[in-house]
Design a protein around this ligand. Sequence first.
Ligand SMILES: Cc1cc2nc3c(=O)[nH]c(=O)nc-3n(C[C@H](O)[C@H](O)[C@H](O)COP(=O)(O)OP(=O)(O)OC[C@H]3O[C@@H](n4cnc5c(N)ncnc54)[C@H](O)[C@@H]3O)c2cc1C
Length: 454
Amino acid sequence: MMARRPRVIVIGAGLAGSEAAWQAARAGAEVELYEMRPGKYTPAHHTGSFAELVCSNSLRSNQLTNAVGLLKEEMRLMGSLVIEAAYATQVPAGSALAVNREDFSTYITEKIKSSPDIEVHIGEVTDIPDDAVTVIATGPLSSDAIAEKIRELTGGGELHFFDAAAPIVDASTVDMGRAYFASRYGKGDPSDYLNCPMTKEEYDAFYDALVSAEEAELKDFDRESQQSPEVFEGCMPVEIMARRGRDTLRFGPMKPVGLEDPRTGREYWAVVQLRRENKEGTMYNIVGFQTHLTFPEQRRVFRMIPGLGEAEFLRYGVMHRNTYLNSPSLLTNTYSLRSRPDLFFAGQMTGVEGYVESAASGFVAGVNAAAAAKGEDLCVFPPETVIGALAAYVSEGGSGSFQPMNANFGIIAPLGQKVKGGKSKRNEAYAERSLKLVRDLILPRLSCDSEDIL
Ligand SMILES: Cc1cc2nc3c(=O)[nH]c(=O)nc-3n(C[C@H](O)[C@H](O)[C@H](O)COP(=O)(O)OP(=O)(O)OC[C@H]3O[C@@H](n4cnc5c(N)ncnc54)[C@H](O)[C@@H]3O)c2cc1C
């Protein structure tokens, strides 16, 4: 009789769970992947596909001198499914890696469903398995039942903030008499961005309407949070940002510099940018306009934007509670639970922030879950790489209370020497060092000394 292969259970087929399942299978485990959609949805997901992108269609910068660009390259070299899917379904977006969100999720879903090593189960998981190595990747909007079990297991004390998504409009309903195509400073393909320019008078009227518009009720949230929701700076609702000052948006998402109208050469007081959502250019999202205004108020206020007077909204902006673990006291730098090493967590719920970062944590958790199932030493990814630096951050935290973290060069192990030529030269040195480690150390081994685990 053939011996049963090492088994890994992955719960949640989002960005992290899809990557974890793929990597665990690649590392030789027999994987059971559980996903509750389409039977049950989170408040932000709309499809039954795996790795659905709930807000922007951008995986952010593609430059090696940017930490998330470097993270993507590390993952691409190591064979990440999420990054492979992103390049296969890429839509033009200048120096960013943006994707056609449907094609992206379909690509990942099909790859996983056709893998002989991954068995997919559709249905909500309401308890944490204790008979197999398990990766929990149920995301910031984990279903109530599993969230309760995680709370019991980790002793409560989880943290949260609020996250918001931006609306998407039908490109054919944008008034091209007002709007124009242009990329900032002429970088990249001009058709990636539609620009809606405003005069000072139009901006003032829009601003007044925005800051006094009605916000949606934050259902299910406690009263304290209702009064002063703690929002993540990187995905702050536009109306909250606007309240910081009349000109804040003009120096943020409505910055007009480098966006002259190519038809007239005119520079405007403010510009709202719409980024292409799909290859066909039929859908555009309003960049930086995450919001939690009520839907009628989004229609009323955003239609004041020149060019959007008749715009049809294909999706409205929404805001949700986003829960994550107090990971430094709970997880190691392999994303395993200190008190139960056969249980791994991955994704946004560990305190990494963003699509790519979530997938990166899934990569590390998946590789290590397979190693644990095989009885092998776990793999600590070096903190000189962005993928390793994120894992180290999650297990150690920074100073002060634990906050969600995007990929950035501040968390990566310092170079230990000064690099001449400014920040971009320094970042090039980080990238060179990291990619060398990936090629020389991680790729050939993908396993390390368990003594490295914190
Ligand atoms: C509203 C919102 C907007 C965001 N916008 C952005 C953005 O624009 N850019 C960005 O980089 N990041 C954004 N994020 C942050 C983050 O990158 C995403 O949330 C990302 O999807 C996290 O990946 P994940 O794998 O951890 O979770 P998810 O992708 O949410 O995956 C979790 C999966 O688990 C499933 N699941 C949940 N409970 C169960 C259960 N009990 N049983 C089985 N399956 C279950 C869910 O259906 C889902 O498929 C946003 C987050 C939110 C909430």
